[in-house]
Design a protein around this ligand. Structure first.
Ligand code: ADP
Length: 462
């Protein structure tokens, strides 16, 4: 199959979140499976020619190569993309984002024609690329070049939809006929993601449970109706984890490598972490880790309410994260009260993150909603037992065989579940089984890519 992946951020070129990881990792697996893949991406200021061995196609198109032979085409436009950030600056979202990303979508379609890449599938991601299927089914509907092209959109977080004032509609170059409630209109405004959902042939999200949740009022951010209408075209495919980076057998950042065969070596990492974090060197007390954005979505509202109680339990807590100021303030206060229980690092630190995943016994991730989630997948690979709220990708990957799950989102159930985990930790035999089960879980990109390929084939068959 010929597959064009279209995303506004792709690892290793540009990244603000999980979308970039998916858009960088999935093509590599598709190529390994024998598919013919290209990627298109705006050329932001940070994408330097010398760093990525960029070659020129014509005046406004260049490319680099990832994997064996995947061409990553950069769409250049200094006015739109030669800026320090991808979507926003200190003042907020760039005011011309509608123009910037509609240009990206249109230029992508023209590019496919210029390089004669007759895509069987265009796999587009999030609101930034959502106009691609809209243009295909309107402006390009009579274009024979795209006669057999099918589209798949992946929604990474429905909280971000690309909403713009109605007055900007003429900039899209589309007929007002499609500015209606069934198509691009959303409460009197333009909603680009809605356009992507309505006009794509198939829709995916990053976990099966999240694909169901976004059809409800609680999680749909206003798009639940349109998603329910298209539920026969909607499915969830879990993101994979890059096991070449997250592997306790080869991880260069951790004190002692370990595997399922010599799981006791994990405890050398626990000791190392306790030393680094200036916590008492106790091996019979469970250490709980958090590596996260400090935000309400990640469960910090109930965690803030429960933290005092949690610190009085027989445990140690290692927290690494940055985010909302109110949580920084609260956590700094609690560390002063319980200095021998909590270690707090308010920063982004990849090396420390590796040490935490390897060194703690339990990983706490009580997200209120979680499209897929990476933290729990990493923990499982490091024999670190996750405690999660039953939502989205957390519900799809953690269960009583490999972790602890609570089903009502409140501080009481959170504390109760932590107590249950501490209790289980004291039973060495039971805990070892949990750790073995965790390490055996396989959330590789290979598995996810196979599911995407099956979906592409379904789309092509119609
Ligand atoms: P989200 O993308 O919503 O923030 P995920 O669980 O999908 O949440 O992914 C977050 C990733 O970022 C994980 O790999 C986690 O380890 C990492 N991370 C989050 N905060 C930090 C931090 N302060 N330092 C290092 N890594 C972090």
């Amino acid at each position: 199959m010929k597959i064009a992946i279209c995303a506004s951020e792709v690892v290793p070129f540009a990244k603000t979140g999980g979308l970039a990881d998916v858009a960088g990792a999935l093509p590599l697996e598709l190529e390994k499976a024998g598919e013919d893949v290209i990627i298109t991406l705006p050329k932001y200021k940070a994408i330097q020619d010398s760093k990525f061995k960029i070659k020129r196609v014509n005046e406004d198109i260049s490319y680099s190569v990832i994997g064996k032979d995947i061409k990553v085409y950069f769409i250049e436009n200094d006015k739109y993309y030669n800026r320090d950030n991808l979507y926003m600056d200190k003042k907020g979202d760039y005011p011309d984002n509608l123009e910037r990303f509609s240009y990206y979508c249109k230029r992508t379609l023209e590019l496919l024609k210029e390089i004669n890449f007759k895509a069987d599938i265009i796999h587009l991601h999030d609101w930034q690329a959502s106009l691609i299927p809209v243009y295909l089914k309107t402006l390009y509907s009579g274009d024979l070049f795209f006669k057999d092209t099918k589209t798949v959109i992946t929604i990474h977080n429905i909280g971000y939809q690309g909403i713009f004032p109605k007055e900007e509609f003429p900039k899209l170059g589309l007929s007002w006929d499609i500015f209606n409630m069934e198509m691009l209109e959303f409460y009197g405004k333009i909603n680009l993601l809605k356009g992507g959902i309505v006009f794509s042939d198939f829709i995916t999200t990053v976990s099966p449970t999240y694909s169901k949740e976004i059809q409800t009022k609680e999680f749909g951010f206003g798009l639940e109706g349109i998603l329910s209408q298209r539920k026969d075209r909607l499915s969830g495919i879990l993101n994979g984890l890059d096991y070449s980076i997250w592997n306790p057998e080869t991880d260069k950042f951790i004190a002692k490598n370990f595997s399922a065969r010599n799981i006791e070596d994990k405890y050398k990492n626990k000791k190392d972490l306790q030393e680094i974090c200036h916590l008492p060197l106790k091996d019979d007390v469970p250490v709980i880790g958090i590596v996260s954005r400090l935000a309400e979505q990640k469960g910090f509202d109930i965690l803030a309410e429960a933290i005092d109680k949690i610190c009085q339990l027989d445990l140690q807590l290692v927290i690494l994260g940055t985010g909302e100021l109110k949580y920084h303030v609260l956590l700094e206060k609690i560390v002063k009260k319980y200095p021998r229980v909590i270690s707090l690092s308010l920063k982004f630190d990849d090396v420390l993150a590796h040490k935490i995943y390897a060194g703690v016994d339990i990983f706490l991730m009580p997200s209120k909603y979680e499209p897929c989630g990476l933290g729990q997948l990493i923990s499982l690979r490091y024999a670190t037992i996750p405690i999660v709220f039953k939502t989205g990708g957390l519900a799809d990957t953690v269960n009583s065989d490999n972790g602890f799950v609570f089903e009502r989102y409140n501080k009481e159930d959170l504390v109760k579940t932590i107590k249950k985990a501490i209790q289980a930790f004291k039973n060495k035999g039971k805990w070892t089984i949990l750790m073995q089960n965790a390490m055996q879980c396989n959330f590789s990109w290979q598995e996810s890519a196979a599911k995407y390929i099956a979906l592409y084939e379904k789309a092509i068959k119609g």
